[in-house]
Write a protein that binds this ligand. Structure first.
Ligand SMILES: Nc1ncnc2c1ncn2[C@@H]1O[C@H](COP(=O)(O)OP(=O)(O)OP(=O)(O)O)[C@@H](O)[C@H]1O
Ligand SMILES: [Mg+2]
Length: 267
């Protein structure tokens, strides 16, 4: 199925939160993979430290490098909901550990993510000049750049869009995801960033619901399905799914098989 890479231009616009909301709202089973070299945040954030850090991307990288016959992505995930068909692969909280993942290992990780039978939403964090896993973007069917429509973020996004196009070619499918309203319209942002985007979507500024995803909730309340964030996430998820489906030269989908994860506290 599809690999959707969620990236940012920096400044914490909400890439991780957006990736989590999309995974929860995705129209089919989906896996969220934290591939952020600056350090993953779901274990300490959403999961509030309730899970031990004994599963995740680092273990997967180790297996892929040292024991490729034993690669079992789902053993490295935690469940995001009760059903268990929305697993999360946590990234290491320590960015220095994340930097230890080699370029070759990233290529193999990207290949594993791209060949899943369910859609994968990968949070690839801030696009950087050095030590950035472009391999995950290269394997993606769609790259979604999350930003707020402010001059600061648009200025930061411009060279990053150019870098992605330089690395992957002009045909790279890039989408924009704008968080909240700002001084600049969607049309202005789109124009300044080069116009040619596969899809443009918007998320509401919903700090309360967003905080439950980014930082968890000490009272362990669930995020209500009617929150502005999740209602919009369902619309955005469908739009992104359609952009992936209609991508020129897209490979045919394989049959969907349900995802499952090991036990743990559902969110
Ligand atoms: N749609 C939204 N509305 C309001 N606040 C949001 C929204 N999305 C995210 N936030 C808030 O913005 C902050 C940053 O979110 P998040 O950690 O997801 O960003 P990020 O881009 O992944 O940051 P980093 O670069 O640190 O990885 C958090 O406080 C989060 O709750
Ligand atoms: Mg993040």
């Amino acid at each position: 199925m599809g690999l959707i890479a969620v990236v940012s231009a920096g400044g914490a616009p909400g890439a991780t939160t957006t990736a989590l909301a999309l995974t929860l709202a995705w129209p089919e089973p989906a896996l969220m993979a934290e591939c952020d070299c600056d350090g993953g945040s779901v274990l300490a954030g959403l999961f509030g430290g309730h899970f031990p850090a004994d599963r995740g991307l680092l273990n997967l990288a180790w297996q892929i490098t040292e024991d490729p016959g034993r690669v079992a992505l789902h053993e490295q995930t935690y469940p995001l909901d009760d059903v268990g068909d929305r697993p999360v692969l946590p990234g290491p909280a320590d960015p220095f550990q994340a930097q230890a993942i080699t370029a070759v290992a990233w290529e193999k990780i990207a290949a594993v993510l791209a060949r899943q039978t369910a859609d994968v939403i990968a949070d690839v964090g801030q696009v950087r000049a050095v030590g950035y896993p472009f391999a995950v973007l290269a394997a993606a069917d769609l790259i979604v750049l999350v930003l707020r429509p402010t001059l600061r973020q648009v200025v930061a996004a411009r060279p990053r869009v150019a870098a992605i196009r330089d690395a992957l070619g002009r045909q790279a499918a890039i989408g924009l995801c704008l968080i909240g309203r700002g001084p600049h319209s969607v049309a202005e942002v789109r124009k300044v960033l080069g116009g040619d985007f596969a899809v443009v979507v918007q998320f509401p500024d919903d700090a309360r619901s967003a905080a439950r995803l980014s930082d968890g909730d000490p009272k362990r309340r669930r995020l209500t399905r009617s929150s502005d964030l999740l209602v919009q996430a369902r619309t955005v998820a469908r739009a992104l799914r359609a952009a992936v489906d209609h991508r020129p030269g897209r490979r045919p989908d394989r049959p969907v098989s349900p995802l499952s994860t090991g036990g743990g506290r559902p969110v």
